[in-house]
Write a protein that binds this ligand. Structure first.
Ligand SMILES: Cc1cc2nc3c(=O)[nH]c(=O)nc-3n(C[C@H](O)[C@H](O)[C@H](O)COP(=O)(O)OP(=O)(O)OC[C@H]3O[C@@H](n4cnc5c(N)ncnc54)[C@H](O)[C@@H]3O)c2cc1C
Length: 436
């Protein structure tokens, strides 16, 4: 069920010393490495499996500001600025296309909710606007179902998840960075309380700075650091399963990305579409659900309609996964090179039916692939992008809560600026770790 991700030839040899080690080769790790390498800072980007093979290669590919939490809008706008120049920065195709995104509203009440978001977001000069029902047909070819209106953001776009992180990682190599793949980081080393290196499955690397960009694995990683007496970092992250399917090329349908009712779709560069069920994700019940229950209670109260709780295999898998390990023996990261959850078929069927009713041109679609992805979600659904003061030299960039592909470039730039001692373009206050 692995989507077809562009391969990256990992570097075999590790340097004994570098300035910064980044843990995780998703969009956050690769963009952080890119911006560090562009500043001339030596960097090693360690990936336990394949670059972009977890969330960053499995997402819908939407790069949007529309509908985001106000705390994320400045970072979203900054990220779109970087997405627009990403191909030129990396000298390769990342698939960015400023195609615009529509939210179709089934009811007047839904449209009012979108208008309420727009009233607040105007402060950030977003270009979103409301579209009247009569104008929708002219903007969205193939639309057959009546809607109460839509919110449309022309500057939002899409990029290709199966191309972007790999293209960025190759650019890091071209700039002199080292990118070992199939190379798990087992843990960090400290000297007099501050970061002095990492231990990987291929040996140690001395460094002054470590960035944890490990997506769904980040909480497990910090838990073992605490067990070894390196700071008491309790990073609150739970996992949500998203499911997606891809179609063969289709014609006569929108170029823009569209979310409406229970479906969402995005045109891919190959002419096919990536399709999913909107507003329904599977929240896997795991031992951490109980450990973190009180922290997540407020968000469960507001978003329970969108979550389907499931007690299944993931509970047993995490129950059996060691939470502590020594750095000279294989770690849990080596046991699972690529997290490849089974997609949820019934949810995808709901999306398929609703989409075919709204756009009959999709009724004949031929599915080519389907896959699942586990998202790392914080209690307030806003990421942690911060230096951890209790472990000097240690940064966390995780918990992107289903939004990290779009805001990845801005987040990577923010981490690189912090490490270089420069003021980030966007205020990092909303992303502080100590808010938990
Ligand atoms: C189905 C789905 C749809 C989504 N749709 C969108 C969307 O349309 N728009 C959007 O903006 N976002 C979307 N997202 C969210 C987005 O994909 C994520 O927020 C983003 O990709 C997170 O990037 P990351 O680099 O933090 O994590 P990941 O891409 O998961 O990368 C983390 C990497 O770290 C590696 N790693 C972990 N531990 C170690 C270790 N100890 N040593 C070495 N390597 C390690 C892992 O192997 C992995 O490759 C979606 C997610 C899913 C699953």
């Amino acid at each position: 069920m692995l989507p077809p991700i562009d391969p990256v030839r990992g570097d075999e040899t590790l340097p004994p010393r570098t300035s910064v080690v980044i843990i995780g080769g998703g969009i956050i790790g690769t963009t952080t490495a890119l911006f560090l390498a562009r500043k001339g800072i030596p960097v090693v980007l360690c990936e336990k499996g394949q670059i972009g093979a977890e969330q960053s290669g499995r997402n819908w590919g939407w790069t949007r500001v529309m509908g985001r939490d106000m705390a994320e809008i400045p970072l979203g706008l900054e990220s779109l600025r970087w997405w627009r120049q990403m191909n030129a920065l990396v000298g390769a195709e990342t698939g960015f296309n400023q195609c615009g995104i529509f939210y179709l509203c089934e009811t007047r009440k839904e449209l009012e909710e979108q208008e309420a978001w727009l009233a607040k977001a105007r402060e950030y000069q977003v270009d979103s606007r409301v579209i009247a029902p009569a104008d929708l047909g002219g903007l969205l070819p193939g639309l057959a179902k009546p809607f109460a209106g839509a919110l449309f953001t022309p500057s939002d776009g899409r990029a290709e998840p199966q191309k972007a992180a790999p293209a960025i990682a190759r650019a890091v190599q071209n700039l002199g960075g080292t990118v070992p793949t199939n190379c798990a980081v087992r843990g960090v080393e400290t000297t007099a309380g501050r970061i002095s290196g990492v231990v990987t499955e291929r040996g140690a690397i001395a460094c002054d700075t470590v960035v944890l960009a490990g997506g769904a694995w980040s909480r497990l990683f910090t838990g073992n650091m605490a067990a070894h007496g390196v700071g008491a970092i309790n990073l609150p992250l739970l996992k949500i399963l998203g499911s997606v399917f891809a179609t063969a090329p289709l014609s006569g349908l929108p170029d823009a990305s569209v979310g409406g009712g229970v479906f969402g779709f995005r045109k891919r560069a190959d002419g096919g579409y990536t399709i999913a069920r909107r507003n329904a994700s599977i929240s896997e019940i795991t031992p951490d659900s109980f450990r973190l229950f009180t922290q997540y209670m407020p968000s469960f109260r507001t978003s329970w309609r969108e979550l389907r709780l499931r007690l299944g295999q993931q509970f047993l898998t995490e129950w059996r996964t060691p939470r502590q390990w020594s750095l000279d023996a294989p770690s849990p990261f080596e046991a699972v090179r690529v997290l490849d959850p089974v997609p949820h078929g019934p949810i995808l069927e709901e999306a398929r039916r609703a989409l075919s009713a709204a756009f009959p041109g999709f009724a004949a679609m031929r599915e080519t692939h389907r896959w699942g992805g586990l998202m790392d979600v914080t209690p307030d659904a806003v990421p942690v992008i911060d230096h951890i003061d209790s472990v000097p030299g240690f940064y966390i960039a995780a918990g992107f809560s289903g939004h990290g592909f779009g805001i990845g470039p801005g987040a990577g730039k923010m981490v690189a600026d912090m490490i270089a001692g420069e003021t980030p373009a966007v205020d990092p206050t909303p992303y502080r770790f100590n808010r938990f």
